[in-house]
Design a protein around this ligand. Sequence first.
Ligand code: CP
Length: 316
Amino acid sequence: MQHFLSVKDAIDVQALVKEALLYKKTPYADKHIGKNRTMGLLFFNSSLRTRLSTQRAAQNLGLELIVMNVGQDGWGLEFEDGAIMDGNKAEHIREAAPVVGQYCDIVGIRSFPGLLDREEDYSENVLNQFVKHTGRPIVSLESATRHPLQSLTDLITIEELKTKPRPKVVLSWAPHVKALPQAVPNSFAEWMNAADVDFVITHPEGYELAPEFAGNAKVTHNQEEAFKDADFIYAKNWSSYNEYGKILSQDPSWKITTEKMALTDNAKFMHCLPVRRNVVVDDAVLDSPNSVVIQQAGNRVWAAQVVLKQILLKII
Ligand code: CP
């Protein structure tokens, strides 16, 4: 694996999941593979799970770590070629990225979309410029349009909890108070379309994901219909793709409730976290035995560990 930016970088998705579950049993099996190597984690945006789980995964492989909140502590970065830098951006990506590459053997980047300009966000300019200029393998820690470490984690969690060979997995839009990126649902859809699951997406009208992400999923605006016989409910809010970045609905009737979970085949409740209680999902669902959000978050370590191992095997 050269970079980890999307499902396309996983040559064999099932093999990756299997290996991650092996790491869960034997976290230190490859304790020395990262010896004398350093990973840099650069955050343009906040994080709890991605930051800590990737650090833990790197430590399990013997990697040294450098972590920086570039959004807060770094120089303002210019990404435009040919820019006359007489404004408030002090450093160009053409210097910043290769400098980071001098200190780190692998670099993780978290950079959220602005949600103002769809073309700009979906061009993945920030991530692609790091890929182009760093000269090191790049791991997406969530970009403008995808969150592949989260999606690999989600697939690992489904694989370890499924009770039938081809479970029904439902991605359900849920209300929120803020306009959120499409990165998590896009990425989840991309990975579910690559997995052996019966995949359904349910959302209010106007919340269609970009066709390249929705892929072959069944899409319905009837949430209750979607929940029938489901084995996994994956709740997430996202803002509109077509009316880019807009909140078109905050309809509380889309919140995940015990009554809706009762329509499923005893489904597990999943969410990438953080989650706003009693806005996205009721306390009673999150606190029920069917909620697997903590186990899911725990699996972030094994997803990151298997990805870092694949990258290390390429560079050592
Ligand atoms: N799910 C997730 O990526 O969590 P953080 O934003 O806290 O990293």
